[in-house]
Ligand binder design. Structure first.
Ligand code: FES
Length: 645
């Protein structure tokens, strides 16, 4: 590890670290625009000057371009370096519109911060500014080219990192232009990252435009529920409306980025049709009345059918807290059936995958990015888990060979952004198609990873042909891993199997996704959900629950990593769109209108209390799940699968 001194602080850093990163590692921030941890250096902005006082390199240098060498003595405060940084920033700002008061990036703008930090406060240039015509880039990203400082981050991300081909850099000299050949929707399923990665306001999130300043947002560390990968996010809300979602760095999981499905799927949380009112037989009631009604229905149901006729039905959409409490409810009521999965094949596939994974062979997204051979088994990656496709692309860019096994189409429309996808999107990497896993030279690779999609049936050949490879499974839901573990522990069975047995006479559902052909003779005694499913239409008691941004909770992702997400906003109907009768409330109340809702686990806790148990302010983790109690949302998560050898 090379040793150096920065501003009189001695340190040693890993080989390959540049001076800018080394300074960051000890809390010294040098202004920078083009360098980004995930994209590396470009040397485009010239804002990161430092003075090299001693060592193999001397004089004023760009810190992002300089790999650390033994014996370097660096000054970030040297007058010559500071003067150059100030001059460069002043020059970068010459054509900038200085529209901070009306710019949607204001408050979260790196250019704003580093302009001030770099010492350029007074504008001296009074000439004409270069201006551009902006483009329509679709419904998600707003374009404002006049703010551009030509750092090239956008095009480096879009083309090199994400493999997009419909966006690039055009022009020359002082009038380079970052955009498309013509107006039109950005095609990359990762285009939303432009808003995060642009250090100024050229690309902003159109869906939240002019709704709030950075400091106005309610925000908290969270985890995306869009698929099973568990990418880390920061959702941002204001006035009980989820306005936007940004990526949160987790080096083992999503790195610095998220996909557009995770970023632009806020509307379900804000939807006017979302259930927010408890109902008994269609009549609006308070939550306490509804919970009492569930108890009455249960007593009456048990008199007729006994507890064995009851099924408690959840799904991998539930947090682990809710899944654990569902098992507790089954135990206390004596219900005959507990289900976490609707479909038998999905349940079996998930359980088999979870049983196969351990601490040694479970592949994180980082393992995929670092792999030297990747096998895709029955995957439609862009449809099932877009960020996994981005991880495979990084492996491929670093020289990994990618094999696709099976006849299935390797791509598919990205859910949630279907309106802009004309059909199957091409995967952002090259691959070789083979007939069987046995045809892939897995044993010749040093860091092979096999990725199994939801279409993979039976894992016997994976076990044998991929020995020595790390494994990644794309599961069905943000907490499918946790539900599969609990299903094994609690003897839960898939709902389709339980239905076949004919013993189910009534169900209580918690965020369950069941097919619409539920036999009419089965009573839906109660249904708890925040998504307006068909079960809510049939339920005798409707119990609205909080979405993931309105509560704390835990998801266990596809590799077995438990990650805590925090409450971002208080539940309640968004103020925007509220009719005058609803806002402001005319009667004093502690909860917001539409806010008389509870997390699913809390609904169960309330029922357990009515059944004679203790009131619990937390989901009661016990046994192996006890370790989740102290899980920190900013810890990067903890692995719940165990080492098998
Ligand atoms: Fe070093 Fe841009 S950050 S040149």
């Amino acid at each position: 590890m090379p040793k150096l001194i920065i501003d009189d602080i001695p340190l040693d850093v890993p080989e390959g670290t540049n001076v800018l990163e080394a300074a960051r590692s000890i809390g010294i921030t040098i202004p920078h625009f083009c360098w980004h941890p995930a994209l590396g250096k470009a040397g485009a902005c010239r804002a990161c000057a430092v003075k090299m006082l001693e060592g193999p390199v001397k004089g004023v240098q760009m810190s992002c371009m300089l790999p650390v060498q033994d014996g370097m003595v660096v000054s970030t405060t040297d007058r010559e370096a500071v003067a150059l940084r100030r001059a460069v920033i002043e020059w970068l700002m010459i054509n900038h519109p200085h529209d901070c008061p009306v710019c949607d990036e204001g408050g979260e703008c790196q250019l704003q911060d580093f302009t001030v930090a770099g010492g350029h406060g007074i504008r001296r240039y009074d000439g004409l500014k270069r201006t551009h015509v902006n483009q329509y880039l679709g419904e998600y990203i707003e374009h404002e080219m006049n703010r551009c400082i030509q750092c090239y981050r956008c095009v480096r991300f879009y083309q090199e990192y994400a493999g997009g081909t419909d966006f690039g850099v055009m022009g020359r000299s002082g009038s380079v232009y970052f955009g498309r050949q013509q107006d039109g929707q950005l095609q990359s399923p990762f285009s939303g990252n432009l808003a995060d990665i642009c250090p100024t306001g050229v690309f902003t999130d159109k869906t939240a435009r002019f709704r709030a300043r950075y400091w106005d947002y309610d925000m908290a560390p969270s985890v995306c529920p869009g698929c099973s990968l568990g990418c880390n996010t920061v959702p941002m809300a204001r006035y009980r409306e989820l306005l936007k979602t940004t990526a949160r760095r987790n080096d083992a999981v999503n790195g610095w980025f998220i996909c557009d499905r995770g970023r632009f799927s806020n509307s379900a949380v804000n939807a006017p049709e979302r259930p927010r009112q408890a109902r008994v037989d269609g009549e609006a009631v308070g939550m306490d009345v509804a919970l009492d009604a569930v108890m009455e229905r249960l007593a009456e149901f048990f008199d007729v059918h006994g507890p064995e006729g009851l099924a408690i039905v959840g799904s991998p959409r539930m947090s682990q807290e809710a899944a654990v409490m569902a098992a507790r409810l089954r135990e206390v009521t004596g219900a005959g059936t507990l289900c976490y999965f609707g479909d038998a094949a999905n349940s079996a596939g998930t359980s088999e995958a979870v049983a196969l994974l351990d601490l040694d062979n479970a592949a994180s997204q980082e393992d995929v990015r670092r792999a030297d051979l990747v096998v895709l088994l029955e995957c439609t990656l862009l449809g099932e888990a877009p960020m996994m496709a981005l991880a495979v692309r990084q492996a491929w860019r670093n020289g990994a060979k990618v094999y696709l096994v099976g006849p299935e189409a390797p791509s598919g429309p990205v859910q949630g952004t279907a309106q802009r996808q004309s059909g199957a999107e091409p995967l952002p990497f090259e691959f070789e198609r083979v007939a069987a896993l046995a045809d892939v030279p897995v044993s010749e690779a040093t860091r092979p990873v096999v990725i199994c999609g939801g279409g993979q049936k039976g894992l016997d050949d994976v076990r044998s042909a991929a020995s020595g490879a790390k494994l990644a499974f794309i599961l069905d839901g943000p907490n499918a891993f946790g539900c599969a573990l609990l299903a094994g522990e609690q003897g839960a069975i898939p709902f389709s199997e339980a239905l076949g047995g004919g013993r189910i006479k009534g169900i209580i559902t918690l965020e369950a996704d069941l097919p619409s052909g539920l036999p009419p003779e089965i009573r839906v005694l109660a249904a708890a959900d925040w998504v307006p499913t068909h079960l809510l239409e049939r339920a005798e008691v409707v119990l609205p629950v909080t979405s993931w941004v309105e509560m704390d909770g835990t998801y266990i992702n596809n590799e077995g990593r438990a990650q805590r997400f925090k409450q971002v906003m208080r539940p309640g109907s968004p103020i925007k769109g509220a009719v005058p009768e609803q806002h402001p409330p005319r009667i004093h109340r502690h909860d917001a209108p539409g806010g008389d809702i509870l997390p699913s686990w809390r609904i169960v806790s309330e029922l357990l209390e009515r059944l004679g148990g203790e009131r619990s302010e937390q989901a009661c983790f016990s046994g192996k799940w006890k370790m989740l109690e102290s899980l920190d949302s900013e810890s990067g998560g903890i692995m719940v699968c165990e080492r098998k050898q």
